[in-house]
Design a protein around this ligand. Structure first.
Ligand SMILES: [Zn+2]
Length: 351
């Protein structure tokens, strides 16, 4: 566990056990929250698992739903969440449940649990991850480092071998290359890099997509479920803020058009890939609003306030993170206290 996770857990435990999340609530409590999930499945117990935050267990999803159903909270679709934000409805808080990317376990594992609790949910699909024009580069990078004891790396600074034979060295190598791929290289060069390295180190990115992502047929079946809303998540899962405006517009509108062609319905809801401040910013929030989407969600942490009414394309979410699989953490997060504190006691983080 990183120090950051450790420290955040300590804060959440302190808030929970002191009951001060309830004290802070009148200050920080809002209209509701949007929960963000990725994978729902059993995660292998590994020392080197840099993407473990993206997976929660079926048991945790079920415990979350059970806890929501036994509290004074409505589980609502994104359409209903939007209405409640626009109406400033405060009598009963809402939670909207969302999943990013389009993983097969969402259909096979999460959907039956959601059905059991009659809970609406939204899945944001990145079309390129379904039709093979994008890749799961973060999983590819993990697989390359897992399989190798050393990796030959070339950069503008020169070439050198990185030793990565132990779990600790693998974690360090992953962090180093992640930094290089997300900061030093453009989004397109990042994908070229991963394609080249995956080929060199025998990691099959295509079969990874086929086993991890839903097919169009599976998405179509899921879309027929009245509990399910399909939203859009661009084509190539690029960090939009790192693209020229024209390319960002194309990523957003092409992704929606491809979904419309496949499913026969135009998606109304959008999720920014990555969504942290440097991956999606004000320019992107404006593009999505101009393209007419009803809502767009970031990964910026926070709950929803009435103040978000003029910022429907910059909505924060609460991450259901693999490192925080305890319903007491979820309770504290939904109170808005930790994210309110993390946002320096501001309700809005929309710039
Ligand atoms: Zn995503």
């Amino acid at each position: 566990m990183s120090f950051k996770n450790f420290a955040f857990k300590a804060v959440m435990n302190a808030l929970y056990f002191s009951g001060s999340h309830k004290v802070l609530r009148p200050l920080s409590g809002g209209l509701g929250s949007i929960l963000m999930f990725h994978h729902v499945r059993e995660a292998p117990n590994r020392d080197f698992a840099p993407n473990a935050h993206l997976t929660v267990s079926p048991k945790f999803l079920e415990a979350t739903l059970k806890s929501l159903r036994s509290s004074n909270i409505d589980i609502v679709s994104m359409d209903e969440a939007i209405l409640r934000i626009q109406n400033g409805q405060t009598n009963k808080p809402f939670v909207a449940i969302t999943f990013d990317d389009g993983y097969r376990d969402n259909a096979e594992i999460a959907a039956p649990i959601l059905r059991k609790y009659n809970a609406p949910y939204t899945i944001y699909i990145a079309s390129g991850l379904i039709d093979g024009s994008a890749n799961l580069w973060w999983d590819g990078l993990e697989a390359i480092i897992r399989n190798q004891d050393k990796i030959l790396v070339r950069s503008q600074a020169g070439a050198g071998e990185i030793e990565c034979s132990t779990p600790k060295a693998k974690r360090k190598t992953y962090a180093l290359l992640l930094e290089y791929l997300t900061n030093d290289l453009s989004e397109e060069l990042q994908r070229e890099w991963i394609n080249e390295y995956a080929a060199h180190y025998n990691v099959d990115l295509n079969s990874m997509l086929q086993s991890e992502m839903m097919s169009w047929d599976e998405i179509k079946t899921l879309a027929e479920d009245p509990l399910c809303t399909i939203g859009t998540h661009t084509v190539h899962h690029y960090a939009l803020a790192r693209l020229e405006k024209e390319q960002a517009v194309a990523e957003i509108s092409d992704g929606a058009q491809i979904l419309e062609a496949a499913l026969g319905e135009k998606p109304k809801h959008f999720a920014y890939p990555y969504g942290y401040s440097l991956a999606a910013g004000r320019r992107d929030f404006e593009i999505v609003a101009e393209l007419g989407f009803a809502s767009a969600v970031t990964t910026r942490p926070g709950i929803i306030y009435k103040d978000h009414q003029p910022h429907m394309t910059a909505l924060p979410r609460i991450s259901m993170n693999g490192h925080f699989q305890k319903t007491r953490y979820t309770k504290v997060l939904l109170s808005g206290s930790p994210t309110f504190l993390a946002n320096k006691m501001r309700r809005l983080n929309v710039k």
